[in-house]
Every structure is written in structure tokens, then in C-alpha cells.
Design a protein around this ligand. Sequence first.
Ligand SMILES: N[C@@H](CCC(=O)N[C@@H](CS)C(=O)NCC(=O)O)C(=O)O
Length: 223
Amino acid sequence: MPDYTLYYWPIPFRGHIIRYVLAQAGANWDEPGADALMALKSAPPADQPYPFMAPPLLHDRGADRWLGQMPAIVMYLGRKHGLTGDPDTALRLVCDASDILLEITRHHGEQMWVRAAWDEFSGARLPRWMQLHEALAAGGRFDADTPGLAELTLAALWHTMVDRLPGLRALLSTHAPTVEALADRVAALPRIAEMLVRWDQPDAGYCGGQIEASLRAMLADPD
Ligand SMILES: N[C@@H](CCC(=O)N[C@@H](CS)C(=O)NCC(=O)O)C(=O)O
């Protein structure tokens, strides 16, 4: 029996933050896929095994503990597997990651990207997020070789973004070279690298849906 079941869409995006932590913890987990997730998500709250609005949803099978909301899941796993590090920095970065993922998808696809909005975001707000993390990393507080939640979150956020959307790599190199190096190094650690190969699927993309198509359209035609 796997240690955990992770209900999430077959995309990297928010799910990779949890997958990085599970992989580094040496845990094993299964992912039942979109149909099983939809069945749980659309059930009346009283019939859900654990009431939740949107995935990710984690079932710790040994403890029969259910958790929703990505930050709560990550903090739980960090505590359980001794990966939390400084909890305040960890939670701060997990919350930053949530904000950044919300912003890069224009509130989960509420609106599609259009040129003016993308130019503004990719010219100011996204670089500023990168610079903020660079300023945190410049203090030397992160260690890619023994990653805790802070390093795993930074890597799952930034490595996934520039790996899946290579047009953004130059922006990260310019504004956050230390974070870029850290993210690449964490992603190449044996447990993480193995998970990335095992998990990958040819059509997994980044965040999925029409919003991913609109993001890719912006990156394909930068003018
Ligand atoms: N705050 C939630 C956000 C969850 C969320 O928005 N999940 C997206 C996928 S990344 C979703 O499936 N949304 C569908 C919905 O809201 O119905 C978390 O951090 O877990």
C-alpha cells in the first residue's frame, strides 16, 4: 500500500510542490488521476471523505489523515518527515509560491493573457518576485544539498516554471541567478530527478487548460 494518495490533475504546477516534498521524504504515493479526483471534487460535501473545494488533496493512508490546501499539505509533510527547517521561512515561501502561481495563471484562468497585461506582468511583477527570492537566497540561508521545505518549494516553483516554459529561463537568470542555480541543483538531486522522470508525461505541460495556451502564445511571440 502506498504511504499517500495524492489527488491532483495530471499537470506539474501546484502539484509539483507536494511531489518534490514527497520525493525528498522518500515516501511513496499514488495519484488516481482526473476521473477519481472529479468524483471526489463534485460529491456533496457531506459525502466527501474530507470536505474540499479544489485539489490538491492528500490522504495519508497510514494515519488515515486527509488534508486539503497545498500550504497545509506541505507543512504537514514537512513536520512528519523532518523537512520543515525554519517553519516561518518555509510557510512564507509556500505562500509566495501560491501567490505566484495564481498570478501567472491570471487567477487560475479567470482571464486569458493578452499582450499588454503579459508585458506588464513579465516586465515588473514577475521579475520582482524573482528579485525578492534572490534577495532571500543571497543571505546564504538555503542549502540545495540538504533541502528542506524552503529549498524544495523554491525549486518546485522556479525550476518547474522555467523547465516547462523555457522562454522564462532568461528572466530568471537575469533577476535571480542564485535561485536559478539552487532550483536546478535541487531538481537534479537523485530523489527529485528520479521522481521527475517517473512522473513525467508527454502532454503534462505546465498549468493546463486555455490559460496555458495563452501563456505559451505570449512566450512564442514576445513582440
Ligand atoms: N488554495 C488552493 C487552491 C486550489 C486550486 O485552485 N486548485 C486548482 C488547480 S491548481 C483547481 O483545481 N481549481 C478548481 C476549482 O477551484 O474548482 C490550494 O492551495 O490548494
